[in-house]
Each structure stands twice: as structure tokens, then as C-alpha cells.
Design a protein. Structure first.
Length: 554
């Protein structure tokens, strides 16, 4: 009897100890992936025949109790079975001419034997092979451009006291990016790792501000300069009116240098001029502020991050702000009053910010200059008439153009040329993208412009600016001068929730030879960055370098 008991004990022990333990985070990461996969792949879910949010909220308590891989997998297996059989339709044909871009696509997690049973992996693989082929219930492609938009989602705040309600929103956003963000493969931190790190933070968040700080951190990890995170005024912290420093600035060498005055009298009251150096805000150095905002601002590259940060530093919700300046080799601290220039000082600031600028003009030595931020299509013919006989034209695109690329490229080019190709989400196989479409500029034109074409760019050159620069590069006599651009090209997909609004680049944009523009931006032929000394002396060092190049060819 003792021998039998010992054998049974050993056998039972082997069964117990052979079971694979899984951590809470591992279970939640895997659940997020399975839930998102079924959302876009399973016919019952992708077709909108079930309330998928509610099903997640029902299953999460059961998943929390599961201790082993086997228990966890069984819950997911039964969940899939409860959705009903998936009709076998494989192999699924692909339209002739479709060329896949697969750098984003990765369903290898389906076969993760650390958390999934072989039976569960097999079910998921079958669903992939026989995936939903109709119109997606939760997402759709934007008309003409194809980037993703949401539909039939729950846009309400989560219940901040319920961890599963908070996880639902995290899962929703993570899977949206996982399957439909064209530049996922370019993130600094793998999107899987971001999910692992953000889940505990979401669970720990106790209120509105905590949770949306976590959401902001999640959103910032996609490394896309198009992306912003706007929190709607539903709490005291964001219901106050935003207030502003009376000038714009640029971060150089961990100092914030004033580059443009917005409110003349307000700036004069505190002796603020172009070139004024700010070293601290509320006792924090600019370097410290740079470090503490790394996880909160989304940008494709460092210049874009610093540009966004400068704007953030020079605004806030406190009327009085302690500012340290560096002047005449001394540090001077002032307690300033910042104002809402949209209301009480609107006219004052508007006057400073909207000083008249020339849409185009003739510079010395027969050189033309065009401000691409203010010239409009109706002004193009007048610009051409005025500048067509110049030896060079400088197109200043350190701003955002007004859709003038077509008319100008006709003037610059002698023939039609392709300048950009695109990737777009493929909704019949979520996670995959396809090469789809191209853009061309110019046409047959023997009277095209024969002088040098100079394009000025910097970190404020984003999206249409970068795309227009690509267009102008086809002229063949184009030189890019300046510094790294924002690295966010292509159309924007926007997502509007009750708690927040966010967006990301909706399509991939490449040169015709396949070179990437996302995160890299438009690479200058001649790199020039403004210096503190140059700003203080009132110089435009980028324009000055362009004029030198026109005269010397160097």
C-alpha cells in the first residue's frame, strides 16, 4: 500500500511540476495580443457580430485566476470555441499586382509555447489562414488615401477604479498601432516591450490624471512627430486657461534661446529680446526638463523633440513663473506673469506674431526668395513672373506650405518625374501593408526655370514640408540647405476619444528608390544649424549659407 501511495504521489508531483507557471503580466500581454488578433481576424468579431469589449471584461477575471499555461490557454481556447466555427476558405487569393510591405508584420507570437498550448496556437493559426475578408467593423480606410480610422469603438473614459476597464483602453490602442501604424518597425523600443512595461503602470493608475499620464507614455513610444496627445478638459488640472511666455524659442546647447517676440510690450516689460537666453524654469534647468519629458513627448528624432519641448516649456497653467536668464555673464532670476494671448492679450500678441512678411521678393545679386509658409496657390503666377529670370530661387520651407507644390513643380521641372511612393494598410490581412500609389511632379516644359533651386529646411519642416521638398528635388538643380527635418511624412490618421485626442502618420512615404523618410526626414545637402551667437546678432545663418552657396557653388 505504501508503495502504491508513493508511486501515485510521484506521478501527481510530476503533473503538478510539469505545469508551466505564467506571470500576471505575461498573461495580460498574451491576452492583449489574442484579443486584438481576433478583433481583426475572426469573422464573428471583425464582422461586428459580438460585443468584443464586453467579452474582454468578462474574461479578464477568469484569466487573472489562471496559474499555469495550461489553465490560461484553456480559457482562451474555450473563448474562441464559443465564437463559433470559422469556415475554411484557405488559400485566400490576393489580387494581381498587390505587392506586400512586410516589415511591420509579425504573428510569430502565436507559437509562443511559454504561454500558449499547442492546441491554442493551432486554433490561432487556422484563424489567420481563414481570416475575415469583409469590411472591418472596427476600422476603415480613409477615402482616397487609405490610412486608418476608427469606427464602432467605445470612446468613453474607462472606469479608473477598475483595472480591467483601464486595460481595455490600453489593449485597444496597442492593437490599433500593432496592426495599422505604418512605421511600427522603426520604433526605438519594440512595441511588444512597450506593452509589457505599460500594463503595470495602467493597473497602478488610480485616477483620471494617473491613467492619462500612462496613456501619454504609451502614445509617446511610437516615435512619430505627427503624434500629439491632447487631453480634454475633464479635470481641474486641464480646465484652467493655458498661459504663455511672450515669445518663441529654440533649444540650443541645453539653453532656451528666444527667436521671435510675440507680444512686444509684454516682452519689453521683462527686457526680453531675440537672443535672450533662458537657463531655468521654476528652478529646473533646461537639461533637467529635457530629461523628465522624454517619455511624454512623441517625436521622430531629437530636433523635433526639442522643438516640441520648447513650445511646451513656454506655456503652462500658472500665472506666475520663475524664469532664470543668462545675460552679460550673469544669471538673473525673475518672477514673470504669463498671459493668455488668445483672450486678454490677443491683439497684442497677434500684432507681434503677424508682422507683415513678403510672400516672395527679389534679394541682392538677382536672387529670388519665396516664403513657403505664407504664399498661396493664387500667388504663384505672380511669383513666377517676378522671379523667372533670377539666377537662383530660395524656397524657405522652415514652415508649413499651403498646397503650392503642384504649380511650383510645373515651373521648376522640364518633364514629369516620380518623387514619392507609399505603403498603405491592407485590411484583408491586418498587420500587412502594401505598396500602393505614387506621386509625380512637373510636366513637359521647355520653359522651365533654369537657375539654381535652393530649399531651406529645419525641424519645423514636417509632413507637407518634407513631401514638397521631395517634389522639388526632382528639378535636378535643387540643393537642400539646413538641418534635420521632423521625420513625419504622409497623411495623418486621427483618433478622438472622450478623454483624449491623438493621431499618427497614416501611410508610409518613401523615395521612388525605396529610401525611407520617416524619422530620418529630408537629409540636407549642406547642413547648417543656427547658433546662439548668430541669433543674438540677428542673423539668419541658414539663409546666409544658402546665399554663399549660390555665389560660390560651395
Amino acid at each position: 500500500m505504501k508503495k502504491i501511495t508513493l508511486v501515485l504521489f510521484i506521478a501527481f508531483s510530476q503533473i503538478v511540476f510539469s505545469a508551466t507557471k505564467v506571470s500576471d503580466t505575461e498573461k495580460l500581454v498574451a491576452t492583449c495580443k489574442v484579443w486584438g488578433f481576433l478583433k481583426y481576424y475572426h469573422p464573428e468579431v471583425a464582422g461586428g457580430k459580438t460585443n468584443w469589449d464586453n467579452q474582454l471584461l468578462e474574461k479578464l477575471p477568469k484569466i487573472e485566476k489562471a496559474q499555469t499555461k495550461e489553465e490560461f490557454s484553456l480559457i482562451l481556447e474555450n473563448w474562441i470555441d464559443d465564437l463559433g466555427p470559422v469556415k475554411e476558405i484557405a488559400p485566400i487569393s490576393v489580387s494581381k499586382g498587390v505587392k506586400f510591405f512586410d516589415k511591420n508584420f509579425d504573428l510569430s507570437w502565436i507559437n509562443n509555447d511559454k504561454v500558449f498550448s499547442k492546441k491554442l496556437s493551432k486554433k490561432l493559426t487556422f484563424i489567420e489562414q481563414n481570416r475575415f475578408q469583409g469590411e472591418q467593423f472596427y476600422v476603415y480606410g480613409g477615402e482616397h488615401v487609405g490610412n486608418v480610422y476608427l469606427q464602432n469603438e467605445s470612446y468613453e473614459h474607462p472606469d479608473f477604479t477598475n483595472k480591467n476597464s483601464k486595460l481595455r483602453m490600453i489593449f485597444m490602442y496597442w492593437n490599433l498601432v500593432e496592426y495599422f501604424f505604418p512605421n511600427k518597425y522603426l520604433m526605438d523600443q519594440k512595441w511588444d516591450l512597450t506593452l509589457e512595461k505599460i500594463i503595470p503602470l495602467a493597473i497602478q493608475s488610480q485616477n483620471y490624471n494617473d491613467f492619462y499620464m500612462t496613456m501619454r507614455k504609451l502614445v509617446s513610444r511610437i516615435d512619430d512627430s505627427h503624434t500629439e496627445f491632447y487631453l480634454y478638459p475633464s479635470s481641474l488640472a486641464v480646465s484652467k486657461q493655458k498661459l504663455f511666455f511672450p515669445a518663441k524659442g529654440k533649444i540650443i546647447e541645453e539653453k532656451l534661446v528666444v527667436t521671435e517676440i510675440l507680444g512686444d510690450s509684454l516682452a519689453q516689460a521683462d527686457d526680453i529680446k531675440v537672443g535672450t537666453i533662458i537657463t531655468k524654469i521654476n528652478d529646473k534647468t533646461i537639461g533637467e526638463i529635457m530629461a523628465e519629458n522624454r517619455d511624454l513627448i512623441c517625436a521622430s528624432n531629437e530636433p523635433s523633440y526639442l522643438d516640441k519641448l520648447a513650445e511646451k516649456i513656454l506655456s503652462g497653467y500658472s500665472e506666475t513663473v520663475k524664469v532664470e536668464f543668462f545675460k552679460d555673464n550673469n544669471y538673473i532670476t525673475k518672477t514673470m506673469t504669463w498671459f493668455d494671448y488668445h483672450e486678454s492679450h490677443r491683439n497684442e500678441f497677434k500684432k507681434g506674431a503677424m508682422k507683415k512678411k513678403d510672400k516672395f521678393k527679389l534679394l541682392d545679386n538677382n536672387i529670388g526668395y519665396v516664403d513657403m509658409g505664407i504664399i498661396k496657390p493664387r500667388n504663384i503666377q505672380a511669383m513666377i513672373d517676378a522671379l523667372k529670370t533670377t539666377k537662383a530661387i530660395v524656397f524657405d520651407m522652415r514652415n508649413y506650405p499651403n498646397g503650392t507644390f503642384g504649380e511650383i513643380s510645373q515651373f521648376l521641372n522640364s518633364q514629369e518625374k516620380e518623387f514619392a511612393i507609399y505603403t498603405r494598410p491592407y485590411y484583408n490581412y491586418p498587420g500587412k501593408f502594401i505598396w500602393d500609389g505614387e506621386s509625380k511632379s512637373g510636366s513637359e516644359n521647355k520653359d522651365n526655370y533654369k537657375g539654381r533651386v535652393i530649399v531651406l529646411l529645419n525641424e519645423k519642416s514636417v509632413s507637407q514640408s518634407e513631401w514638397t521638398a521631395m517634389c522639388f528635388q526632382t528639378a535636378g538643380n535643387t540643393t537642400i540647405i539646413g538641418s534635420q527635418t521632423a521625420g513625419a511624412d504622409g497623411n495623418v490618421s486621427q483618433f478622438d476619444f472622450q478623454g483624449f485626442h491623438t493621431l499618427f502618420s497614416g501611410i508610409g512615404v518613401f523615395y521612388p528608390d525605396g529610401r525611407e523618410t520617416q524619422r530620418i526626414g529630408i537629409v540636407p545637402d549642406i547642413e547648417v544649424k543656427p547658433t546662439i551667437k548668430g541669433i543674438q546678432e540677428g542673423k539668419d545663418e541658414v539663409l546666409d549659407r544658402a546665399l554663399l552657396f549660390i555665389e560660390t557653388g560651395k
